[in-house]
Each structure stands twice: as C-alpha cells, then as structure tokens.
Design a protein around this ligand. Structure first.
Ligand code: ZN
Length: 287
C-alpha cells in the first residue's frame, strides 16, 4: 500500500465537500493554494459557472478529474425515459469537455424519487431491471466518447430515494452482465461510506480487479449519524477503518487518487481553507 503520510499528492477533492463555501472557480483556486492536484466536480457546480469556464479553469490549474458527479437516476416512468437517456448523454459530453477520467453513476431508487414527477411505484426489482437496461444503453454512447462509467453502490438506507444498487456485489454483477469482456469502460466507484459495513466487501474487492475499480472515495461514518445525507464525517472522526479498505483496493492494482467526499452541514459551516487543511492532515493520518 502506498504511504500517504508524507504528502498529499494522491488526494482528490470532491467539490461537494466545500460546495457551500464557494463556487467551482473559487474551489479550484483554493485547491491551487493547497497544492491539491485533482478534483471531482458536480454538474450543478459546473453549470453555475458555465461549462467552458469550468473546463478552462480545470486546464489552467492543471487538475486531474477523478470523476464527474454524476450520471444516473435511471429509474423513471415510461414518459421520462427519453429525458433520462438524453440527460445522461449530456453528462458524458460534459465529462469529456472537462477531461474527466469517468462519469460516476448513482443508479436511482424508486421512480418517484429518482425522477420526480414519475408515477409512483414500490417495485424495487423493476427499478433494478431498469438500471441494468439504462446502463447498457448509456454504455454504448460512453464507448463512442471513450468515457468510462463508474457505478457507485450506495448504502441500503438510500435504496428508495437515491440508488437501488446497494452493494459492491450488485454493482459488479451489473458490470459483468453488461460488459463481460471487461473492456475498461464499465466499473465501480467504491466509497467507504457506503460499503464499510459489508461482510462481503473484501471478497468483492478481490473479485473486482484493477480494471473494474475506477474510483475510490473516502470520508467517515459518525455515530450517531444525525442526518442521513449531510452528516458524513471527516476521515478519522468516525468508525470506518479506512486503511485496510484502501490496502485491499490497491492490492488489486488501483493506483489512483483517494477522493475526499464529505457532505456535512458541520464542515459546510467552516471556512474553506480550514476544511482543506483538515482534509490534507487527515489524508496523511487516517486514509
Ligand atoms: Zn462517493
């Protein structure tokens, strides 16, 4: 496993971590101030400053993109299928313009939450079927753009409203079904927040192999968690043993960035420079 204790060259910042403190251009400036070499921006942050300006700022700062958040939300009623497809194609186009390494996919849960306005359903099996079909369709477009897709399994607590793909096994099953030849165009984004509890985790990481692990996200799980979405912890403040998970991922050959992704009302209320300084410090000690 790589030694992160001396510097933060393998730190990437998911820009949602400081989304309340500044726009994407300000975040990119802050990354330069703190010697951060990579980010993973969100579509709404890119849209807020304009795709061209965002792409120029990324290029000028010499930043790598460890992902683009996010595509997906594939589950909808029949009336919205075309909208879902086109929206995801635009995500690929934007990722391409920004020079991202992949598009992160959050699958979507039940249709009424995945794509609001859709007719309500309780059929999670149908939702999972739709996710399979929609990723298969999206992958065809992704191949023409040479833009890999990274399925991010989300903790089961989000199964209804955000993602009905909830385990690393499920995400890898989708990869194997849709891309059995392992072309490198379809894989997983592994986020310790979502997967730390899984008794099968280590076996599934070993199953994934290098070509399926496209991104690695870190934060921490606080006890108690006061808000299901926006109370993630800074690495080292919670109960996730991050290093053994990173060791397992790297044992497969993953040699990319550890991307810090913290949605937290607490950390959003602090100055951007304090958050980034803390990220760097914890990246050295807890990641
Ligand atoms: Zn993540």
């Amino acid at each position: 496993m790589r030694d992160f204790s001396a510097d933060h060259r393998w730190l990437s910042l998911n820009t949602a971590t400081v989304r309340k403190q500044g726009d994407l251009l300000e975040i990119i400036d802050a990354c330069a101030r703190h010697g951060m070499r990579a980010i993973d921006p969100w579509r709404d942050q890119v849209a807020a400053v304009g795709l061209d300006r965002a792409a120029r700022a990324v290029r000028d700062a010499g930043l790598d993109l460890t992902g683009y958040c996010r595509g997906g939300m594939f589950v909808s009623d029949a009336a919205r299928r075309t909208e879902v497809r086109d929206d995801n194609r635009r995500a690929i186009d934007e990722a391409k313009a920004l020079g991202s390494s992949c598009v992160v996919l959050v699958a979507g849960g039940l249709p009424q939450y995945s794509r609001p306005g859709s007719a309500a359903s309780k059929d999670i099996a149908a939702a999972r079927g739709q996710v399979h079909d929609a990723i298969a369709e999206m992958l065809e477009y992704a191949r023409t753009a040479n833009m890999p897709l990274a399925i991010e399994p989300l903790h089961p607590a989000y199964a209804a409203d955000r993602a009905c793909v909830n385990t690393t096994r499920q995400a890898l099953d989708l990869c194997d079904a849709i891309d059995p030849a392992r072309t490198g165009m379809l894989g997983v984004a592994l986020d310790v927040y979502h997967i730390w509890w899984d008794a099968e985790l280590m076996a599934q990481i070993a199953r994934a192999g290098k070509d399926r692990i496209l991104a690695f996200h870190v934060c921490d799980w606080l006890v108690p968690t006061r808000d299901m979405l926006n109370d993630r912890g800074m690495m080292g403040d919670g109960i996730i043993d991050i290093k053994p998970i990173r060791a397992a991922v790297e044992a497969q050959g993953f040699a990319g960035y550890s991307e810090i992704e913290i949605f937290s009302n607490d950390w959003w209320s602090r100055p951007m420079d304090e958050v980034l300084r803390t990220c760097i410090e914890r990246h050295k000690t807890a990641v």
